[in-house]
Every structure is written in C-alpha cells, then in structure tokens.
Write a protein that binds this ligand. Structure first.
Ligand code: 3PG
Length: 208
C-alpha cells in the first residue's frame, strides 16, 4: 500500500523543490541531497526532462523518496507514477487530480491558499496540505488564521521560504514540514557543485 503523505514529514523538516534541466544531473543531485540527510525529494514537472529525472532517481538512488511536483492534471499524475514517483505535489487542488491520485494509489499533497480551497481538499480526503504560495498568500498570520477553523489540518508551507524564515514556520504546531527551492540553487546546479548542495541539505536537515 502506498504511504500516507504525512509520512513525508517524518524524514526531516524540509522537502527540496527541485527544477532539473538535464537528466545527467538527476542522480548526482539526489545523491548530494541524500548525503546531506535529505531523503524526500520533490522533482517538479516543469522541464521536459522531469519524468526522466524522476525515473533515474527512483532507479539509482534507493535512499531517496522521490516524488513529482507541479502536478497539475490527471495526465501529470499518471505520468509521474509511471516514472516511479512515490508521491505527488500539486500547486492547487482539483477533484479530478485528487480522485485520480486516490484511484491509482499515488499519495497527493495538494496546494491550497484559501479557506475554500482547503474545504475542497478536505472534501477529497486531504488533511495534510501544502500552503502555497506561503509568503505571498499571507505567511504565518494567514496560517494562524486558517488554523482556527481547521484545527484538524496540517500544513507544508512552500513558496518564499528561506533558511531565515523557515524556522518560524516550523515552530507552528500545525506545520509538519516545509518546502523550498533554496537547497538547489540554479548556479550550484549549473556548476554541478554537489558538495555545496550537500552542505545546504545538512543545514536544512538541522533546521527544526
Ligand atoms: C515552487 O513551486 O516553486 C515552490 O513553491 C518553491 O518556491 P521557492 O522557490 O520560493 O522556494
């Protein structure tokens, strides 16, 4: 049986949001993150090579728990699972994506930014959601406001998080884990500077 998305939060405080431009970077990048203590990896479906990168990581880096990010459609969800993604993250929530993920057994972390979106996601069975885009949608005050009517919901804030502000989000009891792209800076990837990425992962893993 597939994992519950809350299990993703058991592996550390930060899920890196990864944008890969070249398949050849997928395995060394995943290994660099795993070496730094970060096992849960969200590879976004924003580039033509994303699915091949997910496939490569799933095959060659067994310590990694690789998922697909930026899942926006039923087709994305199916393709992600075929490539070997063990979970999916979506920027928003639609019942179609929610139902498909449930039907195919792909754990989904759906994005929400408002109370109505949260009600829709909850109606689809999701009590653990991504709060996106976290800082632009109101940051900690907004999360505190949502926690009032939704005390049974846990959040993964993503979007605008940094090593500086992440600890404040992580200090909230309803925040189980957070997401961010800062572990994989484009210039580090372009330079294939894997030791730098391992250092960023180590620092992120120690954040809470
Ligand atoms: C994204 O979808 O790009 C993520 O939310 C990452 O946002 P960040 O680059 O602000 O961390």
């Amino acid at each position: 049986m597939s994992m519950n998305t809350l299990e993703l939060a058991e592996h550390g405080p930060v899920i890196p949001v990864i944008v890969l431009q070249q398949v050849q970077d997928a395995i060394p990048l995943a290994q660099a993150l795993v070496d730094g203590g970060v096992r849960v990896l969200e590879v976004t479906m924003r580039t033509p090579v994303a699915l091949r990168c997910i496939e490569a990581i799933a095959r060659a880096v067994p310590q990694a728990i690789v998922g697909a990010g930026t899942v926006r459609s039923v087709q994305d969800a199916r393709a992600a699972q075929t490539a070997g993604a063990r979970f999916a993250v979506s920027p928003g929530y639609t019942a179609a994506v929610g139902e498909t993920c449930r039907d195919i057994g792909l754990p989904l972390l759906p994005g929400v930014a408002t109370a109505s979106e949260l009600m829709a996601a909850q109606a689809g069975g999701h009590d653990f959601v991504k709060f996106f885009p976290a800082t632009a949608a109101g940051g900690i005050p907004m999360l505190k406001a949502l926690a009032g009517p939704f005390p049974d919901v846990s959040f993964c804030p993503t979007g605008g998080l940094t090593p500086q502000n992440a600890p404040d989000f992580l200090a909230m009891p309803q925040v189980k884990v957070c997401g961010g792209s800062w572990l994989t800076p484009p210039d580090a990837l372009a330079a294939r500077d894997w030791p730098r990425i391992t250092r960023l992962a180590q620092a992120a893993a120690a954040l809470r």
